[in-house]
Ligand binder design. Structure first.
Ligand code: ZN
Length: 306
């Protein structure tokens, strides 16, 4: 069928109007395509208070991994409702095979298994707009914090980068920052929420899903309410895009690794580039944060059990 000249003129006018209007709309009202990266640990998941709930082979593990999927799915829903175009979820606890792929939100892409070069941050790159840390926990040696530890409970006493002791959330935020991606939300107990503010600044959105009495007991936010808070927190955080800057540590990097026992440091000190600081502590330097982080992971993973 032949198009009438009037119809063609109308179409051209409409196209010109739409083109012009796209410049008039303020940037905030446009919905830019953005990708969201989620790293999900287990100790800070709603309902979790004990290692039995985070360890395969125990009676309670099936419940723990289900709660983990439900917390992360609440975050995925919040991200999608806030306009995310792609959501990648990295399973970041233990074997990193905790979330049953059948249980993850159908629109999320799951990264499963371990070891991975970037460990809890595998999959992140400069194409992501933001990073969310779900189910995180406080650093080793924190009082009133569910299952506090830093990377490995049996190996690590403390990790310092350029003199500052960091929880996992700080190390992982620095990896995101390396790629120019800000961490905009952290969920877990009240202790990790406090540490998120200390490391990342007051603009980071935190969602507390429990308040610990010691290391193995907590007052829990009701499960449905906890997931509603996570979803609302993610929507709030994605609405603040641009207000939270990527977390960057200035190069060069001095990594200091405090082990629990001297035998672990004995082994690390066999490497010529590793310096012995004291009986239980070693240090090394790196110009590139990612290369330094990878060496740190290897020194932790290869340490003999105490
Ligand atoms: Zn964990």
């Amino acid at each position: 069928m032949k198009k009438s000249p009037i119809r063609i003129v109308t179409l051209v006018a409409l196209a010109a109007f739409a083109f012009a209007f796209s410049f008039i709309l303020p940037a905030a009202q446009q919905k830019p395509a953005h990708k969201v990266f989620i790293s999900v640990d287990m100790e800070g998941i709603s309902g979790i208070v004990h290692g039995d709930q985070t360890t395969p082979g125990t009676a309670e593990y099936a419940a723990g991994r289900k709660w983990m999927a439900q917390d992360v799915n609440a975050a995925v829903e919040g991200a999608l409702e806030a306009g995310a175009t792609e959501v990648v979820v990295n399973d970041s606890h233990g074997s990193m095979r905790n979330i049953d792929p059948d249980d993850i939100h159908p629109r999320a892409i799951l990264i499963s298994g371990s070891p991975k070069p970037l460990s809890m941050m595998q999959g992140i790159d400069a194409s992501f707009a933001v990073c969310l840390l779900i189910g995180y926990h406080a650093k080793a040696g924190t009082e009133d914090a569910i299952l506090d530890h830093t990377i490995s409970g049996s190996v690590v006493r403390a990790i310092r980068v350029n003199g500052a002791e960091l929880p996992e959330l700080g190390l992982n935020a620095a990896i995101a920052g390396y790629y120019g991606v800000p961490v905009v939300l952290v969920s877990g107990d009240t202790a990790v929420c406090r540490q998120a503010g200390e490391v990342l600044g007051k603009n980071v959105v935190t969602v507390a899903v429990k308040e610990a009495y010691g290391r193995l007991a907590a007052k829990l936010v009701p499960m449905g309410e906890a997931r509603r808070l996570i979803k609302a927190g993610v929507k709030d955080a994605l609405g603040k895009l641009g207000r939270i800057k990527p977390f960057k540590i200035a190069s060069p990097y001095n990594f200091e690794l405090g082990y629990h026992v001297s035998a672990q440091a004995d082994m690390a000190a066999m490497l010529t580039e590793v310096k012995r600081v004291d009986a239980r502590t070693v240090a090394f330097t790196a110009d590139d944060f990612i290369l330094g982080f990878r060496k740190l992971r290897a020194l932790i993973a290869l340490a003999p059990a105490r």
